[in-house]
Design a protein around this ligand. Structure first.
Ligand SMILES: [Zn+2]
Length: 161
């Protein structure tokens, strides 16, 4: 028997103003996108902004549904749109901002498990890490270097032979 330990490093910024100009501007796009979320059931609005290798920006926000599982998270709305519009173009980074109509979200919200799995597919496909920038409405911003770090022991296409 062997014991394994998995850990990863990520950066914590006190607020959005500590980010590089490029990261800050990507997060601002995520914040703007968040304002168009359709979240009448959870009142939890999320915006995402994807930066592609070709310089294009693709946005997403959560789209809820009366049949709850039929809705989709902001992250997947954004990356699926990027994959549809710019097939084969690598994703450099995704910024995610979350806010609630019921309280102030003052800490970063990380992608759900389904979104981590979806993002992982793109990262593996492009053989290049995707940076993640995570923020609430205000407060700290987390910068994670790779989705693989956030989905240890994840399932991938190497099992499908
Ligand atoms: Zn999600």
């Amino acid at each position: 028997m062997r014991k394994h330990h998995i850990a990863f490093d990520f950066l914590v910024f006190d607020n959005i103003n500590e980010l590089s100009a490029e990261d800050k501007s990507l997060m601002k796009v995520a914040v703007e996108s968040r304002k168009n979320a359709y979240a009448p059931y959870s009142n939890f609005c999320v915006g995402a902004a994807v930066l592609l290798e070709n310089g294009e920006l693709v946005i997403g926000n959560n789209q809820e549904n009366a049949s709850y599982p039929s809705g989709l998270c902001a992250e997947r709305v954004a990356v699926f749109q990027a994959g549809a519009k710019y097939p084969g173009v690598a994703i450099i980074a995704i910024a995610i901002s979350a806010a609630s109509k019921n309280y102030v979200v003052d800490r970063p919200a990380a992608p759900c498990g389904n979104c981590r799995q979806s993002l992982s597919e793109y990262e593996l496909r492009q053989r290049r890490p995707i940076n993640l920038l995570l923020m609430g409405e205000k407060g700290e911003v987390f910068k994670c270097p790779s989705i693989a770090d956030m989905l240890p022991l994840g399932f991938n296409n190497s099992y499908l032979k």
